[in-house]
Each structure stands twice: as structure tokens, then as C-alpha cells.
Design a protein around this ligand. Structure first.
Ligand SMILES: [Zn+2]
Length: 474
């Protein structure tokens, strides 16, 4: 019997995974705040938890996977950057546009949709009810029609900082910037706001719920207040997840989740990706050839493999060179799959296939060591090539086992699509663009315009500059 071990941020240890129910696993993952296009950080989170979702199903669990959409807190950002006012008529349209884009990108990255995808704006009543209960239990206070969580009061009964391992005694609690708050660390549960386009009625007047309340209310609504896995990026450990735990504990004296899984961040050419630095790498740009730092477009499976090659608890260093390397590796893995499909068995095996199959399971069971799993798939690839080259042989039983294992791990669990045509589609587009550039360079604008119009009907926009042409998905 193989056991899965998960590094639990709560204990800072690898723990044997034992779900609350031996047939069902309940998992909540913090989804995106939809104020812009999906970037490589969104992709990392969605792809990593997608592999967990797929693997738990492979282990025959029925998985209730909830991943939310934060569509409330984005309002201020949209107003600031002007996108909202210039292009969209209202917040709902603007928000829906980015949600559609996010889904479209995840579809390209072969990410399976979660079981439930709740929107914060659709759960205002649940959030108000949770805030009312926190006030009733004495862990919140009202100031100027806003509601704040009282950390000091909470800390008299529970411990605030268990997940992030922060001792609040080390914080000068009275040194606050927001004069409405009693203490610095107190967080907003309900923000009084009469002027916002997005506002709801509440017992405390018109306003909006705080971000931390959104995830706490939606997770317990769908999964109860003691579910199996809570996930997200490690930048969410404090204060977001700490705040989620404290709200649920103050309402129901429950722990919210048993296993806390956090992935690390993505670094772009040595710099952390952030809104303030405006250095986000959008997936839509990597899939086309319109980004300055990259020489060509990349297919979605190269990006997926690149993300998975990095251990989830390590930082990902994103660069053009790294994705190019993943593209080469992807091609090797797909070629091996096609060789395995067509291999002819011998009457004996000269290699130990049971051992490599065990190694695949041991890797993923050891806290989702996906980089090691990918290395073992390359080891299988070498074995397969040695059989193809008649240096080794394989019997029919081993061949069936290795075919099944390779396909299961690469396609079903890692979610790498093996459709060669889809993998090469961007190369075809690049080729058409290059042919058209050649036609343009000979001043044959009639045919170059013809190609541009035809390809536009297929959803691809060609952007001409003086020296070259780039393309973009419309
Ligand atoms: Zn969240």
C-alpha cells in the first residue's frame, strides 16, 4: 500500500495524507483576483493544484475541488488604471471579460475546471452572516459603519499566527496607521463605502466585504469548516490564510482545513513579479510572439511542463531560455510516447520495469515531487530507446505495464496533452507569418493583405512593424 505524504505548512512537516472521509477529499484553493490577464503566477497555481486534483482522482478519491473567483476587490484597481472607463461600460462587463480570458487560458493549459467555482460577488449574504456571527461571539467591533476583526480579543482564547508562525507579541499593536482600527493587525470584515459602484446593503450600511471574509465564507459554505486541503501561493499565508482561520475559529471553533499546501512564487529575470513593478508575464503573450524578450511563440504544453519541472515549494525562475528548454524536453517525451505505442514485445525483458513504476509513485507520493517524477519519465524514455535500438528487450506483460504507466503519469496526472498537431500549431502560425513577411518584403501588398484578412477570421491578428510582423490571439 502506497501512502501519500504532504508538506503541511501548519506543522512545517511532511505528514501522511489521511482525508476526513476515506472516499472523499475536500479541497479549497484561492483563485485569482480578476483585474487583468492571467499571468504566469496564476498559471503556476492552477497547474500545480490541477495535478493534485488529477492525482487524488487517480487514487480513486471523489474530489470536491472549490476554487474561487475574487471579483470584488478589483474595482479600485480597474478605476485607477483607466482600462475600465475607456473600454467597458460597467464593472460586471469588465470583470466577466477577465474571467473569460482566465478560463480560456486555463483551457489552453489543459487545466481541468474545479468542481465548484464560486464568485465573491455572488456570496455577499454568506459573508454578512459570517460577520454577524463573529460580532455576536465578541471577536469584532464596528467603527464608522465598518467592521473590524479584533486580533487581541481573539488571541485571549486562541492563537493568532499559528500558520505563519508569527508571534503577535512581536508586533507593536498600538502603532496603527488606520485610525479606525484598535490594533495594527486588525483586519476589515466589512468596509463602509457609499461611493463605490460595487456596494451592498448590510446591517452596518452600504459597503463591501473584506477579501479575507470572502474565502472563509465560501470555503465553509461548500466544504464545511473542517475540510482536507486548503491551498494557495505562499504570499497568502499571512495575512490572508491566517485571517481565514481566525474567522472560522471564532465562529465555530474549528480549524478550517487539515493540510495547508502553499506553492512558491515566480521570479522574472531575477525580479519578483508584482503589480507595482508592472513586470507581469501574461500567458496570452507567451503563447504568441508579441513579447519583446522572446524570439518565438511557445505552445501551452511547454509552459505546463516548465512549471511542473520546478518543485512547487521552490521559486520558479522564468526566462525565455528555460521555456525553450522545456519545449525540447516536451518533444522528447511525446516522441517516446509514440515509440512505446508501436513497440513489439519479445519473449523476455532485460530491464527492471517494476522498479521504475515504483519510482514514479514514490516520487509523487513524496510531497508531489513532480520534478523527480519527470526525471523518471526521462529514464523510462532512455529504456524505451534502448529497446527500439535492439540493445534491450521487453516482454508483452512489461510492455503493457510500461505503456499504461507512461501514459497515466504523463497524460492523465501531469496533464500533458499528447496531440502532436496541437503542440505544433504555433509553429505553423509562425511559418505563415514568416512567409507573409517575405511576400511583404517584395512589396506584394495585395497577397500580404489577403493573408492578414484570412488569418484574422481564424482569430489571429497580425501586427506589422517596419522590420517584422508579430501575431496575437484576438
Ligand atoms: Zn483566498
Amino acid at each position: 500500500m502506497r501512502n501519500l505524504y504532504i508538506y503541511n505548512t501548519m506543522s512545517r512537516k511532511k505528514e501522511k495524507f489521511i482525508p476526513g472521509n476515506n472516499k472523499y477529499v475536500k479541497m479549497y484553493v484561492c483563485g485569482p483576483t480578476v483585474y487583468n490577464h492571467a499571468h504566469i503566477g496564476h498559471a503556476r497555481s492552477a497547474i500545480f493544484f490541477d495535478v493534485i486534483y488529477r492525482y487524488l482522482q487517480h487514487l480513486n478519491y471523489k474530489v470536491y475541488y472549490v476554487r474561487n473567483i475574487t471579483d470584488i476587490q478589483n474595482y479600485n484597481i480597474s478605476s485607477k488604471n483607466g482600462i475600465y472607463n475607456n473600454i467597458f461600460t460597467n464593472h460586471a462587463e469588465w470583470s466577466q471579460y477577465h474571467i473569460n480570458q482566465y478560463h480560456n487560458i486555463l483551457y489552453k493549459l489543459n487545466v481541468i475546471p474545479p468542481s465548484i467555482e464560486p464568485y465573491a460577488s455572488g456570496h455577499i449574504v454568506d459573508q454578512i452572516e459570517m460577520i454577524k456571527l463573529i460580532i455576536k461571539n465578541g471577536y469584532a467591533y464596528i467603527k464608522n459603519n465598518s467592521v473590524y476583526f479584533n486580533i487581541q480579543k481573539y488571541n485571549q482564547k486562541f492563537i493568532y499566527g499559528n500558520l505563519s508562525k508569527r508571534d503577535i507579541k512581536n508586533y507593536v499593536l498600538s502603532n496603527y496607521k488606520n485610525k479606525e482600527k484598535i490594533n495594527n493587525l486588525d483586519f476589515v470584515l466589512w468596509k463602509n463605502d457609499n461611493n463605490s459602484e460595487l456596494k451592498w446593503n448590510s446591517p452596518w450600511g452600504l459597503g463591501l466585504p473584506g477579501w479575507h471574509t470572502e474565502c472563509a465564507a465560501m470555503s465553509i459554505k461548500y466544504l464545511g469548516c473542517n475540510f482536507d486541503i486548503h491551498g494557495g501561493g505562499n504570499d497568502l499565508i499571512f495575512p490572508h490564510h491566517e485571517a481565514s482561520i481566525s474567522q472560522v475559529k471564532s465562529c465555530y471553533n474549528n480549524n478550517l482545513a487539515k493540510y495547508w499546501i502553499h506553492h512558491n512564487m515566480v521570479v522574472i529575470n531575477g525580479t519578483k513579479m508584482s503589480k507595482s513593478l508592472n513586470n507581469s508575464v501574461f500567458i496570452k503573450d507567451i503563447l504568441c510572439n508579441n513579447k519583446i524578450f522572446q524570439k518565438k511563440s511557445y505552445n501551452a504544453m511547454s509552459i505546463r511542463l516548465f512549471i511542473l519541472k520546478n518543485h512547487y515549494r521552490n521559486i520558479i525562475h522564468f526566462s525565455d531560455q528555460n521555456i525553450q528548454q522545456s519545449y525540447q524536453e516536451l518533444k522528447k517525451l511525446i516522441i517516446t510516447y509514440n515509440i512505446i505505442k508501436n513497440l513489439c514485445p519479445s519473449n523476455k525483458s532485460t530491464l527492471n520495469f517494476d522498479q521504475v513504476i515504483d519510482q514514479c509513485y514514490n516520487a509523487i507520493n513524496d510531497d508531489f515531487n513532480i520534478p523527480l517524477l519527470i526525471n523518471i519519465l526521462f529514464k523510462i524514455s532512455k529504456m524505451i530507446h534502448s529497446i527500439q535500438n535492439k540493445e534491450n528487450c521487453i516482454n508483452d506483460i512489461d510492455l503493457e505495464k510500461i505503456q499504461k504507466t507512461y501514459f497515466t503519469f504523463l497524460h492523465d496526472i501531469l496533464g500533458i496533452s499528447l496531440n502532436i498537431f496541437n503542440e505544433n500549431i504555433n509553429d505553423f502560425i509562425d511559418l505563415i507569418i514568416n512567409i507573409r513577411s517575405e511576400i511583404r518584403s517584395h512589396h506584394n501588398y495585395k497577397y500580404s493583405d489577403f493573408i492578414r484578412e484570412k488569418i484574422k477570421k481564424l482569430g489571429i491578428e497580425i501586427l506589422d512593424s517596419k522590420n517584422d510582423s508579430k501575431w496575437n490571439l484576438i
